[in-house]
Design a protein around this ligand. Structure first.
Ligand code: ZN
Length: 268
């Protein structure tokens, strides 16, 4: 893999816990001044005291900056003095440091989980959500598929209302290709628009690495994402939509492919 490819496919890393039983780990929570170079001053200082930073999440809001750092002690150092030295820096308002318990740090001090749009979120492992959907289908058969589809559709409508509120309806309608990046941003899979037409309403969406379709099936498997796309389109475009999955990763294709069109052109 070349350097440019590595940058293009950077992982969105969310720290939940870190377990390194043979290392001395510390977690450092910083309240910083919101000014250029504040994070640099803190991290360079931390490194100079023998701490190797393994993870850092940082953001700024109003007059403050915040950083959540997990570091490994490479040299013996007094944690109390590190805290005092951090708080003596120009850019640091407050520093809290915790040492790992037998190599384990569970990052519950960064709470709640917030999206950059200002809404709270929960993090669930991909396999956990997939197993929830699968258990509904296993328990209720074809009725379960309808339930999962309706759950997806309701979620898509809710997501569309949020996107309209944050970004505005016109921006969404005029930037469908860009809108689809939201799936990748949330880690659901990578979506791309193959074709799109407003009159008559019709779109082909290709979906790579769908979390829902990482199983084996003898036919297209997606119900949740298929419903989600329907709910999203109906709310944003004011149509009655129908959505079919014509190719599916679960059925042996290299991607899932959805066709969405207007069932009956109307204002909802
Ligand atoms: Zn699929």
């Amino acid at each position: 893999m070349t350097q440019s490819e590595e940058i293009e496919h950077i992982v969105k890393h969310v720290e939940v816990f870190r377990y390194m039983p043979d290392r001395k780990l510390v977690q450092i929570i910083l309240n910083l001044k919101n000014e250029p170079g504040a994070l640099a001053e803190a991290t360079v200082s931390i490194s100079s005291w023998g701490l190797n930073i393994l993870y850092c999440s940082a953001y700024a809001a109003n007059e403050h900056g915040f950083a959540d750092i997990i570091a490994e002690q490479r040299k013996d150092c007094d944690i109390i003095s590190v805290q005092q030295k951090l708080e003596s820096l120009h850019s640091v308002n407050k520093a809290n440091i915790k040492q790992a318990d037998q190599g384990l740090i569970v990052d519950s001090d960064s709470y709640p989980v917030m999206l950059s749009s200002g809404q709270s979120a929960v993090i669930l492992r991909k396999e956990l959500i997939a197993s929830m959907l699968k258990s509904t289908r296993d328990a209720f058969g074809s009725g379960g598929e309808v339930i999962v589809y309706q759950q997806g559709k309701a979620s898509g409508k809710n997501e569309a209302l949020w996107l309209i509120k944050v970004l505005g309806e016109e921006r969404l309608i005029n930037n469908v290709q860009y809108l689809l990046r939201i799936f990748g941003a949330f880690g659901w899979g990578k979506a791309e628009l193959v074709s799109f037409n407003m009159q008559p309403f019709k779109g082909i969406i290709r979906f790579y690495d769908s979390f829902e379709c990482s199983v084996q099936s003898d036919r297209p498997y997606s119900q949740f994402i298929r419903g989600f796309i329907s709910g999203l389109a109906e709310t944003i475009f004011g149509i009655k939509a129908k959505c079919s999955e014509n190719k599916c990763r679960a059925a042996g294709d290299s991607y899932c492919e959805f066709e969405i069109s207007a069932d009956v052109q109307c204002s909802l």
